[in-house]
Design a protein around this ligand. Structure first.
Ligand SMILES: Nc1nc2c(ncn2[C@@H]2O[C@H](COP(=O)(O)OP(=O)(O)OP(=O)(O)O)[C@@H](O)[C@H]2O)c(=O)[nH]1
Ligand SMILES: [Mg+2]
Length: 653
């Protein structure tokens, strides 16, 4: 069974709702006000099953839209997910303003196919009918509804004339419609929210891709609320699942009706996010005024409506009838994905002026030169999926593109699909350690992409990351001649690399004998041995000499004479120990270990308990040091505010 969404379009009062009713038996005008005023205000729904030639059942979901110029925004909420349009023109009136506006909208949204219906055929004679038909043919010529390829069917909803012919045309045209992809990401723009007795919160919408089963979890954007599907209805009947291209009602747990509204989107959870910027290909209608840079417009994507500022790359206005790349900056965060069609309407007075396609819903925030952005967008607009992926990976530079981010950026889903597209880049296998090296063209190094764990990275970027890592380690050694090497964490932070990429870079450099690593330290190859053996041994000897001496410290020069390394290096080791406060210098001659000084403080605290005052003689008795050490130590204690000199004595504080 194939499901196709059919939308109506056309001027007010031209018989759209009557036509849907004549076809389906369902009155799509559901609001009391609509019935009272005899016009459609909001979108309405109906459905019909038709048997195709091969016996296959065609399930048609109808979205009936209002023709009134004041309700075009409601029309836009309905037209987003349709596969086929019934362009309705009343035979007694011909083409009118909203015939044109609705038709423009269909073209801007690239609705692929449709049927033109001349309604109210009972109200005109044959001659008038052929005059209107001629007018319509001329108007549609060259468009996706070109009368050479698509039928124009005169119909009377009142008498039923032409209805059978229209159904046959529907079977044929709907049969040609490409089935929507029910294996791609479940995505449903909400068009109605209400409560139903015994059910709770219900939303409806056209499932634009994927499938939704009972008990699936979905995420609501904007906001990120998680909901669970308690029940599924398709065309008013309970179903196990809804698939892309079906009018769908979902009974949701986890949200009250106040939490949901038209314009929100339900999507597979945990992958996607909203954006306030998107780079797009924008077309301006021939009848519009030039669109200046930074113009504010009303923006419609599926059922979502917001205000956007249009920033033109290059800053020049977009002339009427032309297309160009632009950045849309949304007033509110919206969920959009590459390939989404949108409509823009003039800020005031509100008329449809253009539309286009989202190319990049995750544009880098700054620092990208305009020509690079344009090149990227050209690939995004016209490239094959592997080419698009390669471009997305390349622009990430040394950070690479995690597969999960690729999925969120592109809307390719599930992860397996991203992996398949990534695998299509493969043709240059290299070592297992760094992963596969891929390229769209073996001769073009620029397009080669590597997969490291779950991260895709351009081969050139990986090479750059390697060079940067090696340089950073060498720079570290130059600045810290005594350190055995740079801590891994510090190096990773310096390079700003994703963990997987960082590890692969290290592995590659170790394999090429450029670097050596221990558990936590990275050093240049061959560098660590010297450090480890002689210098760190010397460091130990020096520290030990002072630690074991207590307060009766040896002369520094005597200690340094006893180590293996030369004087300059030995002096640097002392500097390092002083910097780390392992040793404390009281004068040029006198250096103490911090443990000895700590011990001294304890001694002083003990002495204070016996007597709060102490002189040099008592201090010598207490500590067992000679006068040569006693004076500098007492002065040190004064500085440290352990003692205070009063005349010849000290008060212990
Ligand atoms: N004689 C005749 N009247 C029709 C036909 N189709 C619709 N009408 C009448 O035309 C009027 C408008 O029809 P609707 O179907 O409400 O028109 P609409 O295009 O849905 O109007 P909006 O939704 O407000 O844009 C109604 O009074 C219908 O009864 C027809 O085929 N023949
Ligand atoms: Mg109507």
């Amino acid at each position: 069974m194939k499901s196709v969404i059919v939308g109506t379009a056309g001027h007010i009062d031209h018989g759209k709702t009557a036509l849907v009713k004549a076809l389906t038996g369902i009155d799509a005008d559901r609001l009391e006000e609509e019935k009272r005023r005899g016009i459609t205000i909001d979108i309405g729904f109906a459905h019909l099953e038709l048997a195709a030639a091969g016996g296959e059942i065609l399930r048609l979901g109808f979205v009936d839209v209002p023709g009134h110029e004041r309700f075009v925004r409601n029309m836009l909420a309905g037209v987003g997910g349709i596969d086929l349009v019934l362009l309705v023109v009343a035979a007694d009136e011909g083409i009118k303003p909203q015939t044109r506006e609705h038709f423009d909208i269909c073209r801007l949204l690239s609705i692929p196919r449709g049927i033109t219906v001349l309604t109210k055929s009972d109200l005109v004679d044959d001659e008038s009918l052929s005059v209107v038909k001629l007018e319509v043919e001329e108007y549609l010529s060259g468009s996706f509804l070109d009368p050479i390829r698509t039928p124009i069917v005169p119909v009377s909803s009142k008498t039923g004339a032409g209805l059978e012919e229209l159904k046959r045309a529907l079977v044929r045209v709907a049969g040609e419609a490409k089935a929507k992809d029910s294996t791609s990401v479940p995505r449903l723009p909400i068009d109605r929210v209400f409560t139903m007795k015994g059910f709770g919160t219900v939303i409806t919408g056209t499932l634009v891709s994927g499938a939704v089963k009972k008990e699936s979890e979905l995420e609501v954007f904007p906001g990120g609320r998680r909901v669970r599907v308690r029940g599924v209805q398709v065309h008013g009947a309970a179903a196990e699942q809804a698939v892309a291209g079906q009018r769908t009602a979902l009974n949701l747990a986890g949200a009250a009706i106040d939490d949901l509204a038209r314009g929100m989107t339900l999507i597979h959870p945990g992958v996607f996010h909203t954006t306030t910027r998107a780079n797009v290909l924008l077309s301006l209608l021939p009848g519009a005024k030039p669109l200046r840079d930074r113009a504010r417009v009303h923006l419609h994507v599926y059922t979502t409506e917001t205000i956007a500022e249009v920033a033109m790359f290059g800053g020049k206005p977009l002339p009427p009838g032309q297309s160009g790349f632009a950045q849309l900056r949304f007033r509110d965060p919206v969920l959009v994905l590459p390939g989404d069609r949108f409509i823009i309407r003039q800020f005031s007075p509100v008329i449809t002026i253009g539309g286009g396609t989202v190319l990049d819903a995750a544009p880098p925030l700054k620092g990208v030169p305009a020509d690079q952005t344009i090149r990227f967008l050209e690939t995004a607009a016209r490239g094959s999926p592997p080419e698009v992926l390669a471009a997305r990976v390349a622009r990430r530079g040394t950070r690479g593109l995690p597969l999960a981010s690729a999925m969120a950026e592109t809307g390719w889903w599930p992860l397996k699909r991203v992996e398949e597209i990534a695998a299509a880049l493969a043709n240059v296998p290299t070592s297992a350690k760094t992963g596969l090296m891929w390229g769209t063209d073996a001769a073009s190094a620029n397009s080669a992409v590597m997969k490291i764990g779950e991260v895709l990275i351009a081969a050139t970027a990986f090479q750059r990351a390697r060079d940067q890592a090696a340089a950073a380690v060498n720079a570290f050694h130059a600045a810290n001649p005594l350190a055995p090497g740079i801590a891994k964490g510090e190096l990773a932070e310096k390079l700003g690399l994703e963990e997987t990429v960082f590890n692969a870079v290290l592995n590659a450099l170790v394999r090429d004998k450029k670097l050596e690593t221990s558990a936590e330290i990275v050093r240049a190859a061959g560098r660590g041995v010297v450090m480890k053996d002689e210098e760190s041994e010397s460091k130990k000897i020096i520290e030990q000499a002072f630690a074991s001496a207590g307060l009766k410290v040896p002369a520094l020069k005597d200690v340094l004479a006893g180590v293996k390394v030369d004087r300059v290096r030995a002096q640097k080791i002392v500097t390092l120990l002083l910097r780390d406060r392992v040793l404390v210098k009281l004068s040029d001659e006198l250096v103490f270990h911090r443990d000895a000084l700590e011990q001294l403080r304890k001694l002083m605290a003990g002495a204070k308990a016996r007597s709060p005052k102490i002189d040099v003689a008592k201090f010598k008795d207490l500590t067992g040091v000679s006068r040569k050490y006693a004076i500098p130590l007492l002065e040190y204690l004064d500085r440290e505010r352990v003692t205070r000199r009063v005349g010849d004595e000290r008060v212990i504080l």
